[in-house]
Ligand binder design. Structure first.
Ligand SMILES: CC(C)(COP(=O)(O)OP(=O)(O)OC[C@H]1O[C@@H](n2cnc3c(N)ncnc32)[C@H](O)[C@@H]1OP(=O)(O)O)[C@@H](O)C(=O)NCCC(=O)NCCS
Length: 150
């Protein structure tokens, strides 16, 4: 996976991205309209990797002005390509971009029930700095996590 390129998503990727979004997030999935907005709005970076000609992972970064952290709004790896380091590769890219944009932190929210994601973030050096009770549709708690960019 080391030669994998992270690239900017294009409008023509929307259909495939929406399919992957539904596959990865079920009830919490963004609508096609929400994804299109995130793909085209100026204050976000919408990035992806391709493996064997198909989208293998994507992530959305929000760059809100006057915020102390760049926000990792979404990250997903296709079930076909999990456990190969793509999640880590994308997080490394996110940290690089947060630093390059002058943010002190990369921040995110994750369900405490999402063991794979929580484990990925802890392994990558994120810390829990807060929580929101009964935040997700299944009633689970959100953990607020961040990693310093320096
Ligand atoms: C979470 C997710 C992005 C991980 O992607 P991935 O490419 O499989 O992760 P990586 O291969 O880079 O794994 C890195 C580390 O994450 C953790 N991890 C990944 N999958 C895991 C699993 N199923 N169970 C436990 N830990 C896991 C491990 O610590 C792993 O390190 P290791 O391989 O040395 O054990 C992927 O499972 C996914 O897309 N899930 C659905 C969408 C989602 O929940 N996104 C996060 C929303 S906040």
């Amino acid at each position: 996976m080391s030669q994998q390129q992270v690239e900017e998503a294009q409008k023509t990727d929307l259909k495939e991205l929406f399919r992957l979004e539904q596959l990865c997030f079920d009830a919490e999935a963004f609508s096609r309209r929400q994804l299109r907005y995130l793909l085209t709005q100026a204050n976000s970076d919408f990035l992806l990797t391709r493996t064997d000609g198909q989208i293998s992972s994507f992530m959305i970064l929000l760059k809100k002005k006057n915020s102390f952290g760049m926000r990792l709004y979404s990250i997903a790896v296709s079930p076909l390509f999990r456990g190969k380091g793509l999640g880590q590769l994308m997080l490394d890219e996110a940290i690089k971009r947060a630093a390059a944009n002058g943010f002190k932190y990369l921040t995110l929210e994750v369900s405490e029930e999402n063991k794979a994601a929580v484990s990925l973030y802890l392994r990558q050096g994120f810390e829990v700095f807060g929580e929101r009770r009964a935040y997700y549709k299944d009633g689970s708690k959100a953990l607020l996590m961040r990693k310093a960019t320096n």
